[in-house]
Design a protein around this ligand. Structure first.
Ligand code: ZN
Length: 595
């Protein structure tokens, strides 16, 4: 029996060897070998010790669009220069980034990456961590999350990727052809640490056509992220793609044009040396739960907080979330880059916004449970569709909350809640497609008989379907992105978003004394003595003499209307005059407002 087993094993080995010692033709047709030959061959790539690559990039963010599911928002146009030592795995990238969104600004900075650490010299984002703010000149070490993401993308775009793969055959596995646009691309999978790159090859030229990763996106769940290579041209003895695009689920989010590549360019060691003071505190590249899409795409809009927590600065004096009571029974979740709000009702809680990730939502839901025992979060109001304020919606949906959005947004969120999310690091896969979603048409008042919470849709340049909240008994508003009190004072000359807030509230007849916000903290609004908002809002404030006079006028007009033939004119269609809706926790929302 033993002999039989051995014979079989021998046969398998021999068969395996025969496969390994494939015919020259089979070797030539191996996609990696074919690709390697097409880009210049092992000898040429092996002789490439350093390279200098210059180019420009345009980036777009699909989940910061004006319209839900609309055109991706143009984010920035930048130039870069990469100097890399291939064998040492070190590089320096000098950036000049011109951002168009969320506000126009330019950041000029450098990134130095080594296998074990990374740093940023200069200001690279509006969201700066404590280390960067306290450094003079500004500089900080890369978080392990950013380092891992930067290294993954450096490997994906490396001109010697195919040689690395050919030299690491044990990490390469054949996979079935991948069909895109009717073309079947031969493909292999390459293990890169705990990541896998799927490399697709052009069936005619044998050149690599795409390099794909399968990522998790806080909005779209399981996504494909492709580097699409084209416009191949000779550079020294190498072939390099002059145009590289990144596609997220087939949608272009970045387009890179290479203007220059030099192989074996001089590379002075000090150009790729991390300053010792930074190196001593640097993080190792993260493994496991790296939110690649968040890390990469927040850099597209220049708002990435470089931290090993997605939501807050781990180097802050008191890192982490906390609840702050901003009115009786109203708690603001603060401590991160993005806040949310919990409003206590008679038998349930209404939450405003689900920022960033399900990890943040799980903290908020646990805090709500502790603060308001026996009152479930029944409603999650999403002020608008942007990824940074909705990325944690699944955790709310998973525990049964109804999602409340402005008119025109429900279809987007239905799609979002229907996609698979097997790669979500914070929530087990489950079917959330039946989550109730309701739309607010202009205005909706939710009441439990005592507390009234108004949801008001506002016209604004930031996003279609934007709502603010207003808690009448606390005279408190909730605002996301249009104004960030506590961070940005309301200036004498309002910007377009602030002006939209002031004008929209005035039109709606709402004059909150104070706002709590999704960024920053809280701030006086209608009572602020110097604010333009104050002057504008004062006209509607009940306790101002002007408002009192206006109200008296309105009463007189109403009395005239009431005495007119046919009685008072009922205005139930106009959003401002729609009656409040009493919402018990168990009320089916479909009965309140069909979408
Ligand atoms: Zn936004």
């Amino acid at each position: 029996m033993r002999r039989l087993v051995w014979s079989c094993l021998s046969l398998l080995c021999l068969t395996g060897l025969a496969a390994c010692k494939a015919t020259p033709d089979a070797q030539k047709n191996d996609p990696v070998n074919k690709g390697l030959a097409a880009v210049g061959g092992a000898e040429v790539l092996g002789a490439t010790k350093t390279f200098l690559l210059r180019g420009s990039v345009k980036e777009w963010e699909p989940e910061q669009s004006v319209v839900p599911d609309g055109e991706p928002r143009f984010a920035n146009e930048s130039t870069f220069s990469v100097l890399a030592d291939v064998a040492a795995g070190t590089s320096r990238t000098d950036w000049q980034r011109k951002y168009a969104y969320p506000t126009p600004r330019t950041f000029t900075y450098s990134e130095i990456v080594t296998p074990g650490a990374g740093c940023v010299l200069g200001i690279d984002a509006s969201a700066r961590n404590k280390q960067d703010l306290e450094s003079d000149p500004p500089a900080h070490t890369m978080s392990g999350l950013r380092l891992a993401a930067t290294q993954r993308e450096a490997a994906r775009t490396s001109p010697v990727l195919l040689l690395t793969m050919a030299n690491g055959r044990e990490k390469v596995a054949a996979v079935p052809d991948v069909t895109i646009g009717g073309v079947a691309y031969p493909a292999v999978e390459y293990k890169l640490g705990d990541q896998a790159l799927t490399v697709l090859f052009d069936p005619q030229s044998g050149l690599p056509a795409r390099v794909r990763t399968l990522d998790y996106d806080d909005v779209w769940g399981d996504v494909s992220y492709d580097l699409v290579l084209s416009d191949w041209r000779a550079a020294d003895k190498l072939q390099i793609p002059g145009t590289r695009k990144y596609e997220l689920n087939g949608k272009t989010v970045a387009e890179i044009q290479v203007s220059e590549i030099q192989t074996n360019a001089p590379l002075p060691a000090d150009r790729v040396t991390i300053p010792p003071a930074l190196l001593s505190t640097a993080a190792k590249p993260a493994v496991g739960k790296v939110p690649y899409q968040w890390v990469l795409r927040r850099q597209f809009i220049g708002n990435y907080l470089d931290s090993d927590e997605q939501s807050f600065d781990t180097h802050a004096a008191t890192p982490g979330f906390k609840l702050t009571e901003v009115a009786q029974g109203v708690q603001q979740v603060v401590g991160g880059t993005h806040n949310s709000l919990l409003v206590e009702m008679k038998d349930h809680v209404i939450a405003f916004d689900a920022p960033i990730s399900d990890a943040q939502s799980k903290w908020t839901l646990a805090a709500a449970k502790q603060k308001f025992p026996s009152k479930p979060v029944k409603f999650l109001v999403l002020t608008h569709h942007h990824m940074d304020h909705t990325g944690g919606l699944r955790a709310y949906a998973a525990q049964g909350a109804t999602i409340v959005v402005a008119k025109g947004s429900a279809e987007h969120f239905r799609k979002v809640l229907a996609v698979p999310f097997t790669r979500n690091p914070n929530l087990a896969p489950q079917d959330l497609s039946a989550t109730p979603i309701v739309e607010v048409d202009g205005r909706q008042v939710l009441t439990d008989g005592t507390r009234e919470v108004t949801l008001q849709v506002l016209d604004n340049p930031h996003a279609n379907g934007m709502m603010v909240g207003y808690i009448a008994d606390a005279n408190l508003g909730w605002v996301t992105d249009l104004w960030s009190p506590g961070r940005d004072p309301l200036p004498e000359k309002l910007n377009a978003n602030q002006a939209a807030l002031v004008a929209g509230l005035k039109k709606a007849g709402l004059a909150p004394a104070k706002f709590a916000a999704a960024h920053g903290s809280t701030g006086e609004f209608a009572r602020s003595p110097r604010s333009r908002a104050s002057k504008l809002a004062a006209r509607d404030r009940p306790n101002s003499a002007r408002a009192t006079r206006a109200e008296a006028g309105r009463r007189r007009s109403a009395a005239v209307r009431a005495s007119a033939p046919g009685g008072p004119r009922r205005c139930r269609d106009c959003p401002q005059h729609r009656p409040a809706v009493t919402v018990a926790a168990e009320t089916p929302w479909a009965l309140i407002h069909a979408t």
